[in-house]
Design a binder for this molecule. Structure first.
Ligand code: IVH
Length: 667
């Protein structure tokens, strides 16, 4: 007979183990049903035998009543902060100082991710978690024990192998994984609250909840990165501390490294920066620490910053910028996808000027409007997202945004089905749509696939063999032979023609994609201007507009087209199929009556909007820029526009009217 005590102990071990595997190792071994069964059984036993309940029992994660205020607690040792190194040179200067202060003695360095969350302190007395606190000002923090108990990655006990230390303080960073951040923000918005600016703020908000059951619903996690105060624990280095924590089931990053060579540590920091976008959580840098505790003591601190550690900072992944305008792209299913055109801003080390927006409801719920200052988030290679309007608005906000009433591609009134969030263009012949797109793809001017005409494409679609262009390259001889009217010979010819089409030049591939407003001439101009699909895909609308003959409206359409994940997928698959994604870059001579001329436009014109005049001029071979310089050929001025006019006069740039422009191009 198993005693109740033994069964309770076994259940706790099973549950703790499952929690550790799930929340720390990311390698679950039991299914949810089994896990829930254990928890239910343990709860039952504890209810029958209240004397067996211990504070480290997994059933005690959400206990306690909501606190009305967080008690202030003093940290047993101050929680320090970190000095930053913003470049390789600053890092090397830090290394040199360490070397000098240690009198040339050799030292080892540990590299770790710098997680963007909230620093916390966890105190274990005789192996039991007794108090958790926020960093606060480093000396005094807030007691958030009840809330921290709900974080599954935090062990409530140190396990029962041998005698636990009398006291040990584990320090680490509580954070929200990016997915959890997105979810929390969705819930915020649905509840009519403002979205959090970044995962760090949402982690902080989640941890400082008055009611622990709210915290329990937030998918918070932890990375442990240091041991603070301790009694009865003999450790000689930071590296040993990390190993001790890992052995006691604290989540320690699997990527921490020990280095003998400071250059190697720097290389590890760079590696982190490279991998940043692949991580499921936000890192804002890498931390480099001298490992030996003895050396740490000798190095000491300056103010709040220890001399034995440095944070190698990465550029931020969130930024605030102005939403200039909301554009709409029509997908291959006819779905209308809004996107944001932004004032270019650096995020995560790259300049971003476009971001996805989900749908009209989402835009309205978040109350995102043209002209707003918005919070932009970008994690690595992920397409940037507009999180929501920034708390402070400085400029003039536009009206509540609405989806256009007509399809931007074919002008058909758009529809929105009951219960659907998306708007669609219902026109089956809309050039944006699947079948039409495929017909265009195989057509003479595009991939020019011999023997694959409109009829065959329609049939392939009908039979479910082809839905997107890349499917054409996956067709097999057998599939064709199964179709009515195909003989061995004719089927072989079609397969051969499909194969041959892979050699079509890059410009044709671009044209074949059927990007709105990109005809064969524009496609060729883009191919010549960028030379490779990857270069074009990552270009900003401004960069695209620099190609001769491409105005700002088309440039925005092109950039917006690539932003659609469905389109990105098609391009990737076509590249994988072996289509040409590169071509020789040609500096093309602009053509048209205004070939090579540079214009700046100011004031309001009679016959044109801002965009349409730029498009018109681009079509005539001219380039349009925003600022007047000695290289400007003409300032086209409407009514108003004082400062540019003055500047033009100062530089001797001719100022012309709309009528002058007409005369200029007439002859
Ligand atoms: S060590 C030296 N290690 O960064 C003592 N801090 O800028 C400082 N942080 O308050 C803590 N990841 O919130 C350390 N691997 C890491 C860290 C880390 C993130 C945070 C922590 C600290 C802040 C200092």
């Amino acid at each position: 007979m198993v005693t109740t005590e033994a069964r309770v102990a076994e259940l706790r071990r099973l549950i703790d183990d499952a929690n550790h595997r799930y929340h720390v190792l990311d390698a679950p071994t039991v299914d949810d049903g089994e896990y829930d069964g254990w928890v239910r059984e343990l709860r039952g036993l504890e209810e029958e035998h209240p004397d067996l309940v211990t504070p480290e029992s997994p059933t005690q994660r959400v206990g306690g009543t909501p606190s009305t205020q967080f008690a202030q607690v003093e940290h047993p040792q101050p929680m320090l902060s970190l000095a930053n190194a913003r470049s390789d040179d600053e890092y090397r200067a830090w290394v040199e100082r360490v070397r000098k202060l240690l009198d040339g003695e050799p030292f080892q360095l540990v590299t770790e991710p710098k997680i963007d969350g909230l620093a916390i302190s966890l105190i274990y007395e005789r192996g039991v978690f007794v108090r958790g606190a926020t960093r606060g000002n480093g000396v005094i923090g807030e007691d958030v024990t009840a809330n921290l108990r709900t974080v599954r990655a935090i062990p409530l006990g140190l396990g029962d192998d041998g005698e636990p230390p009398a006291v040990v303080e584990v320090r680490g960073e509580v954070y929200l994984p990016l997915q959890g951040f997105a979810r929390v923000n969705e819930e915020q918005v649905a509840a009519g609250a403002k979205p959090f600016m970044n995962p760090r703020n949402s982690a902080a908000g989640s941890l400082r909840q008055k009611d622990p059951s709210v915290t329990a619903r937030r998918p918070l996690s932890l990375w442990a990165y240091a041991i603070g105060h301790s009694k009865g624990l003999e450790l000689r280095s930071h590296w040993e501390a990390l190993e001790w924590m890992r052995a006691h089931r604290f989540p320690v990053s699997p990527d921490v490294r020990l280095h003998d060579d400071p250059d190697e540590a720097l290389a590890a920091c760079h590696e982190w920066e490279q991998r940043r976008g692949e991580l499921p959580f936000d890192v804002d840098g890498a931390v480099v620490k001298v490992s030996s505790f003895d050396q740490q003591r000798r190095l000491g601190s300056v103010g709040r910053d220890p001399r034995w550690a440095v944070a190698f900072k990465f550029p931020p992944t969130t930024a605030i910028t102005t939403l200039l305008h909301i554009g709409v792209n029509v997908g291959r299913t006819g779905a209308l996808n809004p996107y944001a055109v932004l004032e270019p801003v650096m995020v995560g080390g790259v300049t971003v000027s476009l971001a996805t927006l989900h749908n009209e409801d989402d835009i309205r719920r978040k109350d995102i409007r043209e002209g707003d200052r918005v919070i932009l988030q970008r994690a690595g290679d992920v397409i940037p997202q507009v999180v929501g309007p920034a708390p402070e608005q400085t400029g003039k906000r536009g009206p509540v945004w609405s989806m256009p009433e007509r399809c931007p591609v074919c002008d058909t009134p758009v529809v929105r089905a009951e219960g659907e969030v998306r708007h669609y263009c219902p026109n089956r012949a809309c050039p944006s749509r699947g079948l039409e797109g495929l017909k265009h793809f195989v057509s003479r001017g595009a991939m020019d696939i011999d023997g694959v005409g409109e009829k065959l494409v329609a049939k392939l679609v009908q039979e479910g063999l082809v839905a997107q262009p890349q499917d054409i390259y996956k067709l097999t001889l057998e599939q064709l032979l199964d179709l009515e009217g195909f003989q061995q010979r004719s089927a072989e010819n079609v397969i051969a023609a499909i194969e041959t089409s892979k050699a079509q030049p890059f410009g044709r591939v671009l044209f074949a994609l059927g990007i709105t407003h990109v005809g064969s001439v524009t496609a060729q101009a883009l191919a010549d201007g960028f030379g490779a699909m990857d270069a074009l895909r990552s270009a900003t609308p401004e960069e695209i507009a620099e190609v001769e003959g491409v105005g700002p409206v088309i440039a925005e359409q092109v950039a917006g087209w690539f932003l659609d994940p469905e389109h990105a997928h098609i391009v990737d698959e076509l590249a994988a199929a072996g289509l040409r994604m590169e071509g020789p870059r040609r500096a093309q001579a602009p053509v048209g009556p205004l070939a090579g001329k540079t214009f700046v436009v100011t004031g309001s014109l009679d016959g044109f909007t801002r965009e349409s005049i730029a498009e018109h001029l681009a079509g005539l071979g001219a380039k349009v820029t925003n600022t007047i310089s000695a290289n400007t050929d003409y300032l086209l001025a409407g009514t108003g526009g004082g400062s540019k006019r003055a500047k033009a006069e100062e530089l001797g740039v001719p100022v012309i009217s709309e009528a002058d422009l007409e005369r200029l191009t007439a002859g």
